[in-house]
Write a protein of this length. Structure first.
Length: 241
């Protein structure tokens, strides 16, 4: 899992409507509020779920997970329920899950994987929350956001198949940044392919760096660009968050 023993995972989903900012932005605001309250941010990840016409969703059917660390465990993050409820968009169906890393075990990881490949029922999420002791609450509307909220926690605990949409300092990176600076942020770099400039250790960010969640860590795949005379991220900006 590569999460500290004192880590707490906060999953949220279905907090937006067609004209509002996405769940990813609200998750980043929640992470910032956690930091103000003395919890150390460990990153915010975006989790993609099954896209199917039988599933109600706003745009891409994705949820988010805020990972933090600090004293007080899950109790210290319980404010997230009110925080999200007060900021969720009109007409949304928000749900929030708060769980310590200790309870986000194999069953929850499996649930996160299932949500990416099949339709998951609300009752399954509620039963799993009772089994594991995770705090799971619908916060308005149909409350179906609890499915993605719990699945986001499971996906983050599983350590694969997501994208970091926030890490401390990630959105303040300059246009060109050294490998050493990225590695100090905890980002693992993966160069793909050789090139005449393969020995260069500079990344041209192109204004958008979103590492993948792989092996529980933020991993940034890079390709060499002759145009930029630097390595550039393989993943490029395409949609919100």
């Amino acid at each position: 899992m590569n999460l500290p023993p004192a880590a707490v995972l906060i999953g949220l989903d279905d907090t937006d409507n067609a004209s509002s900012p996405g769940t990813g932005r609200l998750a980043r605001q929640l992470s910032a509020e956690c930091a103000r309250r003395g919890l150390r941010p460990l990153g915010v990840t975006r989790h993609q779920f099954l896209v199917d016409p039988r599933i109600p969703y706003t745009s891409h059917n994705s949820g988010a997970c805020v990972a933090v660390e600090g004293e007080g465990g899950a109790d210290a993050a319980a404010f997230a329920f009110d925080f999200v409820a007060e900021r969720a968009a009109d007409g949304s169906d928000p749900g929030v899950c708060v769980a310590s890393a200790a309870v986000a075990g194999p069953e929850m990881v499996a649930f996160g994987r299932d949500a990416a490949r099949r339709i998951v029922a609300r009752e399954e999420a509620e039963a799993l929350a009772r089994l594991t002791g995770a705090a799971l609450r619908p916060l308005g509307g149909s409350g179906l956001g609890i499915i993605g909220a719990l699945a986001s926690v499971g996906g983050r605990a599983g350590g694969e198949g997501a994208r970091f949409i926030d890490l401390p300092g990630l959105r303040e990176l300059p246009e060109r940044v050294t490998f050493a600076a990225l590695e100090r942020m905890g980002i693992r770099l993966r160069r793909e392919g050789g090139s005449p400039g393969a020995d260069a250790e500079v990344c041209a960010t192109l204004g958008w760096v979103r590492p993948r969640l792989a092996g529980g860590l933020p991993v940034l795949p890079l390709l060499w660009s002759d145009e930029h005379d630097a390595w550039v991220p393989v993943d490029r900006k395409h949609a919100r968050p």
